[in-house]
Design a protein around this ligand. Structure first.
Ligand SMILES: C[S@@+](CC[C@H](N)C(=O)[O-])C[C@H]1O[C@@H](n2cnc3c(N)ncnc32)[C@H](O)[C@@H]1O
Length: 449
């Protein structure tokens, strides 16, 4: 119940930040910050021409001549027209395909929402611990990572990670400095390359059914020299690996400093149990899908429970939530309305009452009771749950897929264009910002009782 005391707009529940996330940007160097602020304020405080003209008129109010009055009125109208055209961007640039400008034009808030009052679910950890890094570290990390990302060998990584999650993986890996990194699900090797950028000399183990070298025949792919591949005919699923034997070969007997990265679209509860059994502590799940979305059962879904603020849903068509969802669906491609959220017998948990697994190939209907027990289990082993914030707000990145109201506050918030530009984010193609799905970092340990 203590958790209900957290802020209405769920930014970071167990806030990783030493300062509120809404002030994420205030952690940058004072010079840059004040420059950004000045730029923003100058926009809002710039006096409109018609205000100046009307002030001038009122000062001339003593003038009695009707002719002079008429010509001044005419002048004022011309001023007002010009001012409107110069100052109203939505007036000039409104595009019916741009949800953000449409939203602001019609006075709808497409960026933030009443989900703030409803809340967005998250996972509670055992002791309420959080991560060490701050918003300032994330901003510094972005500055360092953008030029690295620009050198990536796989420019078009459709079906793989985009910018946000690449940054998250790189940031966490270089922060934790693990003794070895394990990845499950490599595709063409982009995530292997990201981990290599974070830790140039650390061994990697990659489990993936198709060897990334196979993709080299058709186009760019990445094969790492210091990586042991369990791929092709040597492929073994993460849950079937004898990790003690495999890691011993790399001289590792203490698993507490091993980082495991999952991007294999398997049921995350299954992966969590396997990782716990093997003795791993640091895990990253790439796709942490929101309830009602995605092709596998995720941490976000598991922790979506009535006792969490913003958790639990109603399939009642006249509810506030139904109204908000249908409104948001108009703006964001991946937003789900109540019809999509709810399956047979009003089952909303997981995806329409199913626990999805293996790219949506193995789906098991589960009862609410089972779903509830799953969350209790997860809470009993979680030391830290941290969702990566999106790199920047949608008015900056122009992403149109995920609903920002279902995600933590971005590292670079909407309206901070100068910071967005200073970090080099404006140089990246828009499409790289479209893949955000709440990547999550977990620290786990055996249940206390
Ligand atoms: C979304 S892609 C991974 C993208 C990659 N991490 C990247 O950054 O580009 C999912 C990958 O998981 C692989 N996969 C499927 N089943 C798997 C399993 N049981 N274990 C590990 N990988 C699996 C697929 O073959 C595919 O390469």
């Amino acid at each position: 119940m203590l958790d209900r005391a957290f802020s209405a707009r769920r930014t970071q529940p167990h806030s990783l930040f030493d300062v509120p996330t809404s002030s994420a940007v205030s952690d940058v160097s004072p010079d840059a910050e004040s420059a950004d602020l000045l730029a923003d304020e100058s926009k809002t405080k710039k006096p409109h021409l018609y205000v100046l003209a009307s002030n001038y008129m009122s000062r001339l109010g003593l003038v009695k001549s009707p002719c002079l009055c008429l010509s001044l009125c005419l002048l004022l109208s011309v001023f007002m027209l010009f001012s409107l055209m110069l100052n109203s961007r939505s007036f000039v640039c409104l595009s019916s395909y741009d949800p953000i400008s449409r939203a602001s034009f019609f006075g709808l808030d497409g960026l933030d929402s009443d989900f703030g009052s409803l809340g967005v679910p998250w996972c509670r950890s055992k002791q309420g611990k959080t991560v060490e890094w701050t918003s300032k570290d994330l901003v510094k990390g972005l500055e360092e990572f953008v030029p690295i990302y620009e050198t990536r060998p796989i420019k078009n990584n459709m079906h793989g990670m985009g910018f946000d999650h690449s940054f998250g993986l790189w940031f966490i890996a270089q922060w934790l400095k693990p003794d070895i990194m394990i990845e499950s699900g490599a595709f063409k090797g982009h995530s292997t390359w990201v981990m290599r950028q974070a830790m140039p000399d650390t061994p990697i183990i990659s489990l993936t059914p198709r060897h990334p070298e196979k993709y080299l025949k058709k186009g760019p792919a990445y094969v790492d020299e210091n990586c042991t591949y369990f791929a092709g005919k040597d492929f073994v699923d993460f849950g079937s690996v004898d990790w003690e034997r495999v890691l011993k070969k790399h001289g590792i007997s203490d698993f507490s400093n091993v980082l495991v990265f999952f991007d294999d679209h398997q049921n995350e509860l299954k992966r969590l149990k396997q990782a716990l059994k093997a003795g791993f502590n640091h895990l990253i799940f790439e796709d942490n899908y929101d309830t009602g979305t995605g092709d596998h059962y995720s941490l976000r879904q598991i922790c979506d429970q009535f006792y969490i603020r913003g958790g639990g849903h109603s399939c009642f068509k006249d509810s506030d939530e139904a109204r908000i969802r249908s409104k948001r669906k108009k703006f964001w491609e991946k937003a789900v309305d109540i019809d999509e959220l709810c399956g047979p017998h009003e089952a909303w948990w997981g995806v329409r009452g199913e626990m999805r697994d293996n790219f949506n190939h193995n789906n098991t209907p589960i009862s609410y009771g089972e779903h509830f027990q799953n969350s209790r289990f997860v809470e009993s082993i979680l030391d830290v749950y941290w969702e990566l914030p999106p790199a920047a707000g949608p008015s900056l990145t122009h992403q149109t897929r995920y609903d920002p109201a279902r995600a933590p506050t971005p590292i670079v918030e909407d309206g901070r264009y100068r910071m967005f530009k200073r970090l080099g984010l404006d140089r990246l193609e828009r499409s790289v910002f479209n893949g955000y799905t709440q990547m999550v970092y977990l620290r786990i340990s055996k249940p206390e009782t």
